[in-house]
Design a protein around this ligand. Structure first.
Ligand SMILES: *Cc1c(COP(=O)(O)O)cnc(C)c1O
Length: 457
């Protein structure tokens, strides 16, 4: 029960904050968890309760909640130059260094970087770049954007239009010109008697059909997460990017990898496109870019798009776009440190070392009759709850099974996230074996409790 005294943190949060992406009946019944500080992969609330955050905040706090080096990088930069912009031919030295570093760690031999405050803004920026390019190159009708059902690209008007989630209908979105293709989730979308290879081929054929129907000359780009994150941790079906990549190339449609979650190690390589062995034309980055210690996003353009955009901007004499805090020096200093922490201080190594234990833990819990499948890559995974494993029948929505599992986990000191009918795990990269075992033990207890409560299994 929430503390309802008027001066409690719970009551104060409920009185004056407007919640986003929050199940309101649930928060009304349970109260808000008001977090005051963190210790490694744990957060501590205002009642002194500790939670292992198996979601790394929102996928981003990969170095944990008290990394001294990241805090120092911020403090040093605040003392040196606490803020600046990147307009009118000026930018901070930190911004210059971060762009060099991002191109260096990118899969591109060369490229250019543009900064935003979030992943959504980076996606919107990417679209404006593609639209700007179409007009500059005499193809102003090249405006349509292809994404996938269940893809998540953010919440600003264009990024929400790219996102393939039904809730966007509550806003009258998507805008016209945003086309959502089939989600490459073989377990859910594959037809009976269809092999995974055939499934992938069907999605490639669908892409060909959509391009033929719409006209390649009207399509500005295809944007895809290497592994879908907020769609429920959905790795692509086998050979997916190898099948669609050549089709897009043949039709002159840029492939944009939304690496906001996958980027910087989550899938076991620096980039998700490296894990899945394809080369996009540009990368969208955010979240782990600063290890969550500063709001920042980036568009990283590969060589061809960088050259074409540079030429288009030279012709127009200006690319009239940018945010007041684009390339913020403190954000850049933190990102430089975060990249170092992930690549050189053992975090990426730890992702690789932990992955077998993570997969074994997911596979063990997936033996339960009410878990339909486990899926994942590197340190991102999901367990999908089902009422019937053979027919893959979901639980009735009104039972809110995944919400109940997550709430029961919270009661036992574990934060994990319900997404549709699945439970998502994406722990910080600093996790120890013992902390991983704690995560699975607590989740197992919650699964057993909730499945018993709803009369399943
Ligand atoms: C979180 C996310 C975004 C949006 O980033 P915000 O910083 O929340 O705007 C975009 N794309 C993907 C893949 C994401 O996971």
């Amino acid at each position: 029960m929430p503390d309802t005294a008027p001066n409690s943190w719970e009551a104060r949060a409920a009185a004056h904050s407007f919640y986003g992406f929050t199940d309101l009946p649930s928060v009304r019944a349970r109260g808000t968890v008001v977090v005051s500080h963190g210790e490694g992969p744990y957060v501590v609330d205002t009642n002194g309760r500790r939670y292992l955050d198996a979601n790394s905040g929102l996928w981003n706090m990969v170095a944990g909640f008290d990394h001294a080096g990241l805090a120092e990088a911020a403090q040093e930069q605040y003392a040196r130059l606490p803020g600046y912009h990147a307009f009118f031919g000026r930018m901070s030295d930190q911004t210059v260094m971060l762009s060099e570093r991002l191109v260096e760690v990118s899969p591109f031999a060369r490229g250019r970087v543009f900064y935003t405050n979030s992943g959504s803004e980076a996606n919107d920026t990417m679209l404006k770049m593609l639209w700007f390019l179409g007009r500059a190159e005499g193809q102003p009708e090249r405006r349509k954007i292809l994404t996938r059902v269940n893809g998540y690209h953010g919440v600003t008007v264009a990024a929400a239009s790219m996102t393939g989630k039904p809730y966007n209908d509550l806003f009258g979105l998507p805008l016209p010109g945003f086309i959502h293709l089939t989600c490459p989730h073989y377990w859910r979308e594959g037809r009976e008697d269809e092999t995974e290879t055939q499934f992938t081929a069907r999605l490639a054929a669908e892409l060909e059909e959509v391009i033929a129907r719409e006209g390649a000359e009207t399509i500005a780009g295809f944007v895809a997460e290497p592994v879908m994150g907020a769609g429920g941790v959905i790795p692509p079906s086998a050979g997916y990017f190898q099948a669609i990549g050549p089709i897009l190339k043949r039709h002159g449609i840029p492939l944009i990898a939304d690496e906001v979650i996958c980027g910087f190690g989550r899938t076991g390589e620096v980039w998700g496109c490296q894990t899945y062995d394809f080369t996009p034309d540009a990368i969208i980055s955010s979240k782990a870019l600063t290890a969550g210690y500063f709001p920042m996003g980036a568009v990283i353009l590969g060589p061809e798009l960088a050259d074409r955009l540079q030429a288009a901007a030279e012709d127009a004499e200006d690319f009239p776009h940018g945010f007041t805090a684009s390339g913020h020096p403190v954000g850049c200093a933190i990102a430089l440190k975060a990249i170092d922490v992930v690549l050189n201080e053992g975090l990426l190594d730890n992702v690789r070392a932990l992955t077998p234990r993570f997969e074994a833990g997911l596979a063990r819990l997936a033996e339960h009759p009410n878990i339909g499948e486990w899926r994942g890559k590197g340190l991102m995974g999901a367990l999908e709850a089902v009422a019937d494993k053979t027919t893959k029948t979901p639980f009735p929505g009104k039972l809110s099974v995944s919400e109940r599992i997550a709430n029961t986990c919270t009661d036992h000191g574990l934060i994990c996230r319900p997404l549709g009918q699945s439970i998502v795990l994406c722990p910080p990269f600093i996790l120890t074996d013992a902390q991983m075992d704690e995560m699975f033990d607590k989740l197992e207890g919650a699964l057993k409790q909730v499945f018993a409560e709803v009369g399943a299994g």
